[in-house]
Design a protein around this ligand. Structure first.
Ligand code: LFR
Length: 449
């Protein structure tokens, strides 16, 4: 994406798009990281003269480098089952106290433990954006927002949690110096001299920068492959209630905390389309809108929806296991996915508010899911508050806003960045309609848990 930022001006446009997904090769699911690097270089070339470049991506995954800085093996995809059954000799309460992170099987901590003695040959671990930055500039480092997703970062001390790493058997030499979003990583080798800037390199951190909130009482859903649903806090919330509900405290730009939970997201829908070998999303969404609401709901966060595969069969099985009739048409199945997502948003956002003692009077949906009108409408109905949907390209906007500030643009804080997003980007408004008995749907699932 190429972006332009100025007084009353903010724009991003697509320069180059390429597919990115898991590559199953033999027993492991990998990322094609060299392909991503090649496409990144091509994209930078195609964008023409630039003032800077910043990279954000999904979190938790990494490449290992040897002493010379050469890549040791291909980065593994977080949906690979290699962390199944992996544990660390640190009690959950203590782990949470230090890192504030939700337990997800794919946290970097567990992935590194799963590497076993392959770590012996490694000198450095670089998260994906840091790896691409390293290849662009030669500079080694770990951008803080993404480091905070590893479960190896001390969320209060804002340092690597080295003693925790040691107890888990991870050599602290692997953890490179931390860097803040908004600092310069270095100059690209090609095109020579192009400033490479650390942004909120965790895509969710960048997306939340561009949430067009005007007041303090908002909830957000960064909606794409995952739906990251939660609140922005000034400090981590590490209570027993937060731990029990498995909320995460990820580090944001300007020292904020993203108190949220990973909801399984549109991944379940995209895998469904892949299973059906169709790309007719608009047709399926029309059919879903015409199907009866809340006819069947599933716990979309159940672990069986994490790995790639045949989601329609998994959804039917989940309906049967909870005494509900499985959806009998494609439209009804898509409706079940969207109803279940909206129900999970409601559950998650209400829990976030209850645990923190805060309230929200609006839910912002940013990312690709903001385009999904049915999902936005259902979210407003489920949560009982208005939904403001957009911008779709929130992560790219948050990325360029932080770059622009680093390059001298007058955007002193998140509030000024968000005001610029409000002024320049399209946002759609959905009022709750009162449709659907969401309490009953929630009770139906709770009874079966
Ligand atoms: C979203 C995201 C989530 C993270 C997941 C895996 O793209 O970055 O925030 O939990 O991907 O890295």
């Amino acid at each position: 994406m190429a972006g332009t930022v100025g007084a009353s001006a903010l724009r991003v446009e697509e320069v180059r798009r390429f597919p990115n997904g898991g590559v199953q090769a033999g027993p492991a699911l990998y990322w094609d990281v060299l392909g991503l690097y090649r496409e990144t270089l091509a994209g930078i070339r195609e964008a023409g003269p630039l003032d800077g470049v910043g990279i954000d991506s999904w979190a938790v995954d990494y490449g290992l480098l040897d002493e010379r800085g050469a890549l040791l093996g291909n980065p593994v995809h977080y949906r690979d089952p290699r962390t199944d059954g992996i544990t660390v000799p640190v009690p959950d309460r203590e782990l949470y106290d230090v890192t504030g992170l939700q337990q997800l099987p794919f946290n970097t901590l567990y992935q590194l433990v799963a590497e076993g003695d392959r770590l012996d040959a490694a000198a450095t671990m670089l998260l994906i954006p840091d790896l691409l930055n390293y290849w662009l500039t030669g500079s080694l480092g770990a951008e803080r927002t993404n480091a905070s997703t590893t479960q190896l970062y001390d969320v209060r001390a804002r340092t690597w949690a080295t003693s925790l790493a040691v107890r888990a058997g991870i050599p602290p030499r692997l953890l490179p110096p931390l860097r803040d979003p908004g600092t310069v990583v270095g100059e690209a080798r090609e095109p020579a001299g192009l400033p490479v800037i650390a942004v909120g390199s965790h895509d969710t951190a960048s997306a939340v920068v561009a949430v067009p909130a005007s007041g303090p009482d908002f909830a957000y859903i960064s909606s794409g492959t995952w739906s990251l649903a939660g609140l922005e806090l000034p400090a981590p919330e590490l209570s027993d209630a937060a731990l029990a509900a498995n909320f995460t405290n990820e580090g944001g730009v300007d020292g904020t905390i993203r108190f949220l939970r990973n909801v399984m997201g549109l991944w379940v829908l995209s895998e469904t389309l892949r299973t059906w070998s169709t790309s007719d999303l608009p047709g399926l969404l029309r059919a879903a809108a015409a199907s009866p609401g809340l006819a069947a709901v599933v716990d979309i966060d159940a672990p069986e929806f994490l790995p790639p595969g045949d989601m329609p069969s998994r959804i039917s099985a989940a309906c049967e296991a909870t005494g509900q009739r499985p959806p009998s048409s494609r439209g009804a199945l898509v409706r079940c996915i969207l109803d279940s997502l909206a129900l999970a948003y409601r559950r998650t956002l209400r829990a976030a508010a209850a645990i923190t003692g805060r309230t929200f009077d609006v839910v912002h949906i940013v990312g690709g899911g903001a385009r999904n009108e049915l999902l936005c409408r259902l979210t407003a109905d489920a949560c009982g508050v208005p939904v403001l949907a957009g911008p779709v390209e929130a992560a790219a906007l948050g990325n360029v806003l932080v770059q622009a500030r680093a390059l001298g643009e007058d955007l002193p804080d998140l509030a000024s960045m968000r005001a610029l997003v409000r002024e320049t980007q399209e946002v759609r408004h959905y009022e709750p309609s009162g449709a659907g008995d969401w309490d009953a749907a929630e009770a139906r699932l709770a009874l079966c848990r």
